[in-house]
Design a protein around this ligand. Structure first.
Ligand code: GDP
Length: 196
């Protein structure tokens, strides 16, 4: 897959530091510790591609990865580790919302959740922003290896049902960065958005 040739492009502390708004992008969002970096690293087969976004104390907003000349993956670091002051969270939220609303290249969002703790407040907020921006949403329930097959399948059904009940239109899948289950499905979704 073309994703295995992905390279780090740049970090953008602010929306205006983003690369030119051309081509196609898919963004990855997720509450800190959900397993987002691992998903990005698994999808790209790069051990540490998404590590840059986790340097503690850095308020990076967006990290861009180049897939090929015209397509990019974007890591949207959450406000993560508990103790971020409220005004910083608000600023983060404003910038995030603005990026989701105005970025022309953005085709859709992969929303990463820990299969054991799906649909947190953060996740609903992201889903709401994507909805109002008219962006397609794909929910990735990762760490599926932590549950039995049956329990994971059950969670997938429940998550799909909850989203539907709240009027959120989204596709959803199970994933594991440990045994790489769900990798083909994730690649297919990226192909759908980036290489139509
Ligand atoms: P992030 O903060 O969302 O980027 O989360 P990370 O990718 O750093 O993962 C958080 C923790 O969960 C790390 O200790 C990972 O090793 C672990 N983890 C991530 N994905 C998986 C997975 O699919 N299976 C298992 N068993 N552990 C995972």
């Amino acid at each position: 897959p073309v994703y295995y040739r992905t390279e780090f492009l740049k970090s953008a502390p602010n929306p205006w530091d983003a690369p030119p708004d051309e081509g196609r992008e898919v963004a990855f969002a997720g509450r800190s510790n959900a397993g987002k970096s691992s998903v990005i690293n698994t999808i790209t087969q790069r051990k540490n591609l998404a590590r840059t976004s986790k340097t503690p104390g850095r308020t990076q907003l967006l990290n861009f990865f180049q897939v090929d000349e015209t397509s990019r993956l974007v890591d949207l670091p959450g406000y993560g580790y508990a103790k971020v002051p409220m005004d910083m969270r608000k600023a983060w939220g404003k910038s995030m919302e603005s990026y989701l609303l105005h970025r022309q290249a953005l085709q859709g969002v992969f929303l990463i959740m820990d299969v054991r703790h799906p649909l947190t407040e953060f996740d609903w907020q992201m889903a709401e922003w994507c909805g109002s921006a008219g962006l397609d949403l794909h929910v990735v329930l990762t760490k599926a290896d932590k549950l039995s097959r049956g329990a994971a399948a059950n969670t997938l059904l429940q998550v799909r049902r909850s989203l539907k009940n709240e009027g959120v239109e989204a596709s959803a899948q199970l994933f594991s960065s440990m045994d790489r289950n769900g990798l083909e499905e994730a690649h297919a979704m990226l192909d759908h958005w980036l290489r139509p």
